[in-house]
Design a protein around this ligand. Sequence first.
Ligand code: SF4
Ligand SMILES: [Zn+2]
Length: 468
Amino acid sequence: MFIDSHCHLTSEQFNADRDAVIRRAEDAGVHAIINPGTDLEDSKRAIEVAEKYPNIYACVGFHPHDAKKAKDKSLQEIEELSRHPKVVAIGEIGLDFHYDFSPRDVQESVFREQIALAQRRNLPIVIHTRESNSETIAIVEEAVSSAAGWRSDKVVPHSRYPAPKGVFHCFSGDVAMAWRVINMGFYVSLPGVVTFKKADLAVEVASNVSAEHFLLETDSPYLAPVPFRGKRNEPAYIPLIAEKIAALQHLSVEDISRITNYSAFRLFGIGEEDAARFTYQLRNSLYINLTIRCNADCVFCDRKGEAVIKGHNLRIDREPTAEEVIAEIGDPKKYEEIVFCGYGEPTIRLDAIKEISKWVKANGGRTRLNTDGHGNVINKRNIVPELVGLIDAVSISLNTTDPHQYGELMRIDGEKFFPAMIDFAKESVRLLGKVTMTIVDLDDVDKEQARLLVENEIGATFQTRPFF
Ligand code: SF4
Ligand SMILES: [Zn+2]
């Protein structure tokens, strides 16, 4: 199931066969399509199409090409249209300095006015930018930063409304620019360009930015992916784009579809939130979410927030029994690994780990424990000997080599827990063999020192994991 977050179904290129195009999209697993508006008339047409089909949604707004047509009255009409229940965003809006179909100063002022409109209406914005990345980002940054203090007592110079949010559609910047956009709370969406032969920038972004920040789009009827490049594009081609992004992310197409659907749900309110899960699949491994309790409280952890990992909702309101987990696993041989890893510290439930892994091993599966390495402190004894024969591999979050920084990152007593974690790692290497230690890819953590400690002193494998 996919969402095409940007498709101009109202384009005249679809006049002859719009129904068939929509049917083909459904057959290809596209369960929702968002149709952006480009001017007042096109926004009205987008709403008409959305009214006709339950799974089609509309955006309303003036494209930068048409900014010169956006008079005060027509912007008021856009605001009125935005109250329609099928309207999910203001867009597409932005700047296009490639064609300059509208004067640049007019594009900029209409863009600003539409951002303010979206803030008033609490709707996301869909941004178009071409040869104007820095000017576009500067305007969005200005809106984000002037909204940031809206709760403070310095309300007067600030906007009364929350910061704008949205998506940079057809993203054409590099990785650094993607992060600038993401750090403002925005998504990036990559069209079929990512499948083109000479698409270095898009491929770099799709490989190096975690998939949580992406939306899928075709931008039909333009930019058809390979092998349809140069022909009319249509929403049924979304799987071709998803396949390419999945390959670059080392994830499955199902993972990419679930992750991007969740992002579309968060941004546009389309679809449903996943039910909380005791077990969840990523690639070809099955993960076990035994608890969301933890002895730590890492600054980068979203355990107390949405607690969603790669589109899976892990915000369980009770902990599963070992029997429930075993029933959900079914045949463990179907998976590469059964991994104890949820939004909490699994060794808090040591008995359940032992019971489940004993069953997995007896039924021909492989097991991995992902842990903060505090299991011995939590259980008040050396638990590693109890895992022999049950756990095939262990991944431990090292986070940093400095006990003080460790304490700050995890909001625990670093002087106590850091050495306990190192002891746990050494004991795991000695008794279990296969141990990986990871650090989050943060600038102020010394990665080289961490690698030396892991490889030379502990004898484990070193890995960095992205911060997101
Ligand atoms: S140890 Fe893991 S589960 Fe616990 S707070 Fe840190 S990141 Fe979250
Ligand atoms: Zn568009």
